[in-house]
Design a protein around this ligand. Structure first.
Ligand code: HAM
Length: 423
């Protein structure tokens, strides 16, 4: 019997994992610069949290959650996204009382959605995301967007498009909602079942329908931007002004609605425009969610954030032909010849490792030539050869692989010699 990996998941093999580590490192470093701190929440939460947080008319809640009952009869769900969980933790831990506001958090970890797997769409994927809670300043919207762009730029991506929209405040949304219902109602029977169900529950989601996107009523649908009240319009203008100040190019698209219910005011997505990038071009999505903290049981607190998946980021890097500066190879491979030298080599690699030097030796009882080949495959910077002759003389032969330069080094100064040449 042989086993296969579940559909929509993937193994990250060592070569790939090095890229993941590099990306994670860049994301963490940029969070440090922007002063966002890490939060780690559980992989599963009470199902109710996502029904409330993500919204029960969304595709995520209706079709995509991994929900199960535990042995105590509780309904739990593998998190489909990070925001609801971060907000739950924010409320539960009373972070709204922290002296430093806004509370700026980031997270990185697997999310789970039961979607139809295809290029760029997995059932388990890793999101990196940030949430800034407690500020209603449009400058923080711009900062959050800038951080996302900074991550992509630092990794070398160029072919990006930032699209922003405003979904307005509750009042603006209400007016727009009615306009949408009036617009779609007379011909709603021409739309898919999902859209028909959305008409009165959440008509804005119709605009995001993949099945009906070519229907002529979609093109003529009322734009949210025409329904923004004074306050919402001013807010959106300030966000744009700050983006310009930061030198970040963007497009306004009044059709950008996002797939989760908690958004208001600023919504944004970053797409890849690289040729050959799959049909799913969205790399990153986010926006403002001013009512969510209250919805989850906390005091009225504004919030904004984004999430991006590492899988799509890697696909974008590949589409743009960018290779990451990943250090590969070990510092020193100790080649041993003869029983006594083999024993000695065990102690030598241990001593090198203690000094922070990456070291390897043979464990396959290979001949010298095969050991040298192994060192080559591992891209060793140095090979240190210890044979019976060397042992007798109390030396070891150190070879720099790139230049071929060789040097006989006394065994008792070998470690300090390696430290010196590798520094
Ligand atoms: P989202 O748009 O559902 O937003 O997901 C954000 C990003 O996660 C997407 O742009 C995409 O890169 C990635 N993603 C989503 N589904 C998949 C999948 N099946 N396979 C691979 N990647 C995927 C959120 O999750 C919000 N929580 C973002 C947010 C944070 N808004 C405010 N704060």
């Amino acid at each position: 019997m042989s086993f296969q990996i579940p559909r929509g998941t993937q193994d990250i093999l060592p070569e790939q994992a090095a890229k993941w580590q590099y990306i994670e490192h860049i994301a963490r470093e940029l969070c440090r610069r922007y002063n966002y701190q890490e939060i780690r929440t559980p992989i599963f939460e009470h199902t109710e949290l996502f029904l409330r947080g993500v919204g029960d008319t969304t595709d995520i809640v209706q079709k995509e959650m991994y929900t199960f009952e535990d042995r105590g009869g509780r309904s739990l769900t593998l998190r489909p996204e990070g925001t609801a969980a971060v907000v739950r933790s924010f409320v539960e831990n009373k972070m709204y009382g922290y002296p430093n506001q806004p509370v700026k958090l980031y997270y990185m970890g697997p999310m789970f959605r039961y979607e139809r797997p295809q290029a760029g769409r997995f059932r388990q994927f890793v999101q990196f995301g940030v949430e800034a809670l407690g500020s209603n300043d449009p400058a923080i919207d711009a900062e959050v967007i800038a951080l996302a762009m900074d991550i992509y730029h630092t990794l070398g991506l160029k072919k990006l498009k930032l699209v922003i929209n405003s979904l307005g405040d509750v009042e603006s949304r209400k007016a727009h909602r009615q306009a949408l219902i009036d617009h779609f109602q007379p011909r709603i029977h021409e739309f898919c079942d999902d859209c028909q169900a959305r008409l009165h529950k959440n008509p804005m989601r119709i605009l995001d329908c993949k099945k009906d996107r070519d229907h002529e009523l979609m093109r003529t649908a009322p734009s949210i931007l025409d329904y923004l009240n004074e306050q919402s319009r001013t807010y959106f203008e300030k966000v744009q002004m700050y983006l310009q100040k930061l030198g970040i190019a963007f497009e306004v698209d009044s059709r950008l609605v996002r797939g989760l219910d908690y958004y208001n005011h600023t919504a944004f997505e970053i797409m890849s425009e690289a040729e050959g990038f799959g049909v799913i071009t969205t790399l990153c999505g986010g926006g403002r969610y001013n009512g969510l903290v209250q919805e989850i049981g906390g005091p009225e607190t504004p919030g904004i954030g984004f999430a991006l998946s590492i899988e799509r980021l890697l696909a974008a890097l590949e589409a743009e032909g960018i290779s990451l500066p990943i250090l590969e190879g070990i510092d020193c491979y100790v080649v041993a010849l003869g029983e006594q030298a083999k024993e000695e080599a065990v102690a030598l690699v241990a001593a090198l490792r203690k000094e922070g030097i990456s070291a390897e030796k043979d464990y396959q009882d290979r001949k010298v030539k095969a050991q040298l080949k192994a060192a080559d495959r591992l891209h060793a910077t140095y090979v240190a050869i210890l044979g019976e002759d060397e042992l007798r003389k109390g030396v070891i032969n150190v070879k720099h692989m790139a230049t071929g330069e060789q040097q006989e080094v006394p065994l008792d100064t070998f470690i300090s010699h390696m430290k010196h040449v590798l520094k």
